[in-house]
Design a protein around this ligand. Structure first.
Ligand SMILES: Cc1cc2nc3c(=O)[nH]c(=O)nc-3n(C[C@H](O)[C@H](O)[C@H](O)COP(=O)(O)OP(=O)(O)OC[C@H]3O[C@@H](n4cnc5c(N)ncnc54)[C@H](O)[C@@H]3O)c2cc1C
Length: 287
């Protein structure tokens, strides 16, 4: 048996109460189940009770609030990729959402699940690093707001206490003249985990890059930012030479490993490819 009990929460207080009301049992939240159910099948994880949070209204939807975009943790990739607010303000997230699994996965799987699963190859997280997003976590007594770069503390290690849930993601609406982009290299077009990916956010002012964030996936125990690539970009006008230099700099920050999807050397090469593609697209969109 994968689990003993499956409970469906209808509200956030009910979800939080169900998570803490089974003394001594292993209780886990489940949203789309596209990571968790496989991990239970393969006995990577165990659970006595699953609390289904996919229908909790407080965890769903996308809204603007005080100059920030707020995305509920149980919002699916299909909802994200079709959202006018996301398409207008955070295109990188729509672009990444369309590259996750295939349509069936995009209809079920959620942004909060990607963050909770904390794979170093998670495709939705690099865009959140590039947008400098915060994760809002709620527990029985309080809410906490944590920069996503601190929320992921190590390989599959997150800053979440028992009984807490990821509630939503928040980030400031990017300034005028900002472009964002996501580029993924995988071994086939869909249903494929990233070998390497990159997400970029650049702001252009008077033809010069005023602000740049570059995030890389599948090249370290967590998603990482590339300070080297960012400092190459800032203060320069976009050009093919600049994109090459940023790509080279990003390779310095990547610490990839060999695995079944590619060698460390191949991944280092791909960091350059993914970074230059993403920086070029982000600059074109910013312009
Ligand atoms: C065929 C297939 C293809 C895939 N392709 C990709 C891909 O291309 N790119 C990619 O990045 N991923 C891919 N995945 C992985 C998966 O779809 C994503 O990571 C997805 O975002 C997980 O979301 P979910 O809602 O299904 O999470 P679930 O499986 O429900 O949960 C995942 C983990 O997060 C926890 N969790 C879920 N929601 C919360 C919350 N609100 N608060 C706290 N903890 C929570 C759960 O307890 C569990 O530990 C693929 C999976 C499959 C099966």
């Amino acid at each position: 048996m994968l689990y003993r009990k499956y409970e469906v929460a209808q509200t956030l207080p009910e979800a939080l109460s169900l998570l803490s009301s089974h003394n001594g049992a292993v209780v886990r939240p489940v949203a789309g189940g596209t990571d968790l159910i496989l991990q239970l099948h393969e006995r990577i994880l165990s659970a006595d009770v699953l609390v289904d949070i996919s229908r909790v209204p407080e965890l769903r939807g996308i809204r603007l609030e005080n100059g920030q975009l707020v995305i509920g943790a149980a919002t699916t990739y299909t909802e994200i990729s079709r959202s006018d607010l996301v398409l207008k303000n955070a295109f990188v997230l729509a672009e990444a959402s369309k590259k996750i699994g295939a349509v069936q996965i995009q209809n079920m799987a959620t942004l909060g699940g990607n963050i909770g699963n904390a794979s170093p190859a998670a495709d939705a997280i690099p865009g959140l690093y590039a947008l400098q997003a915060d994760v809002v976590v709620c527990g029985p007594n309080a809410e906490r707001r944590i920069p996503i770069t601190e929320f992921h503390q190590g390989y599959r290690k997150i800053d979440l206490n028992p009984g807490e849930l990821i509630k939503e993601i928040r980030f400031a609406i990017p300034a005028e003249g900002t472009g964002t982009a996501f580029y993924k290299y995988a071994l086939r077009k869909s249903q494929a985990i990233s070998v390497v990916d990159a997400a970029v956010c650049v702001q252009l002012s008077d033809g010069v890059i005023k602000h740049a964030t570059v995030a890389l996936g599948a090249v370290a125990p967590t998603i990482i930012r590339s300070p080297a690539a960012e400092s190459v970009l800032i203060g320069e006008p976009p050009s093919e030479d600049l994109f090459d230099r940023a790509a080279e700099a990003a390779c310095q920050d990547a610490r990839p490993i060999d695995d079944i999807r590619g060698s460390a050397a191949f991944r280092k090469y791909l960091v350059g490819v993914c970074t230059s593609h993403a920086v070029r697209s982000a600059c074109e969109r910013a312009a």
